[in-house]
Design a binder for this molecule. Structure first.
Ligand code: ASP
Length: 333
């Protein structure tokens, strides 16, 4: 009797499993077709008000209109952006959680965190590049140097007193100032923040001396004279800040630094869903208002050939290959 009961029970269980399987198999394409049927969360792995947050809010606003669904930006801070990126890598891969990563979270952190919980080039489905963001060397308004040469001389002479702000180990500001400090051969006191939004506030308030940051955080403050900009780490000057010299013009050609922000979904997110997200990002980047907002902030809008999943997958691999040796050389110095 007991074994008969067991047989019946296990048969029932099997058919429940079978029904479950049919339902979940059928849910795949249907879910992709109906996508998005509820709110999408875009994780920003840094504090509100900084470059990653600004870019996320500009593109998500337009993507929401294309997708006809709300896109909520959620700031998940910590560990140079790797906390929020880990959360995204582990999220359900149904397209309802995506992350605005960047050159730090999805390239530099590989060399800086031996136990990084995700592989940027394996644990995500790349959606697309959102913006290129040149890096500037900026200092507090009353920093006693009129140009980059004087800045280098002053930092070298006063290294013990210098506070350099960054957004955590692995962040863009950390990595690019690692390069700058190594070129200047200095080791200032590094002051971490949860993003360069709060780091900029400290710079504006004069509590820290200098930092390296993505241009989108800085343009109005440089224009308004509330912080000083000594150089931009790109080959050309930026149209949003035509008076800021390139690092080469200013005498420090070794400082070549440019970053980017890009959207990623967790590995295994169905391709039709990733494609919908890529197409929505593409449309955002074609929109005149979005373009104006991004260009006014100094960012570089990717052309069609640099957009979409494939181009981003290639970029992530090449950026890991580019930054790993730079970081390894400078961290051990
Ligand atoms: N720009 C920052 C960084 O240094 C992060 C942020 O967007 O706040 O990585």
């Amino acid at each position: 009797m007991a074994s008969l009961f067991k047989r019946v029970a296990s048969k029932a269980l099997l058919s429940v499993v079978a029904v479950g399987l049919t339902v979940s198999l059928a849910a795949g394409p249907a879910a992709a077709q109906d996508y998005p049927s509820r709110v999408i969360t875009m994780i920003v792995p840094f504090a509100a008000g900084g470059p990653t947050d600004i870019i996320a809010r500009i593109v998500s606003e337009h993507m929401a209109r294309t997708l006809k669904q709300t896109v909520v930006v959620e700031n998940v801070v910590g560990a140079g952006g790797t906390t929020g990126s880990t959360r995204a890598a582990r999220a359900t891969n149904d397209g309802y959680t995506i992350v605005m990563g960047h050159m730090g979270t999805h390239a530099a952190s590989v060399a800086l965190y031996p136990n990084l919980a995700y592989k940027p080039d394996a644990d995500f489905e790349p959606i697309g590049l959102a913006a290129g963001t040149p890096i500037l060397i900026v200092a507090k308004k009353d920093f006693p140097a009129k140009d980059l040469k004087e800045f280098v001389a002053y930092v070298k002479a006063n290294t013990d007193k210098m506070n350099a702000a960054h957004a955590g180990v692995g962040s863009v500001s950390f990595t690019t100032c690692l390069l700058l400090n190594s070129v200047m051969q200095v080791k200032p006191i590094a002051v971490p923040f949860n993003g360069t939004g709060p780091a900029l506030n400290a710079l504006l308030g004069g509590q820290v001396d200098y930092m390296c940051d993505q241009i989108v955080n800085l343009v109005p403050h440089i224009q308004g004279g509330t912080i000083k900009a000594y150089a931009i780490g790109t080959a050309e000057r930026n149209p949003a800040l035509p008076n800021v010299p390139t690092s080469t013009e200013a005498g420090l050609p070794e400082f070549q630094a440019s970053a980017w922000n890009a959207l990623f979904a967790p590995k295994g997110t169905p391709k039709p869903i990733v494609d919908k997200l890529s197409a929505a990002l593409d449309q955002a980047l074609d929109d005149e208002t979005v373009r104006k907002r991004l260009l006014d902030l100094g960012s570089d809008i990717p052309g069609k050939d640099r957009r979409g999943s494939q181009a981003l997958a290639t970029l992530v691999k090449s950026e890991i290959a580019k930054w790993t040796p730079i970081i390894k050389a400078n961290v051990t110095n």
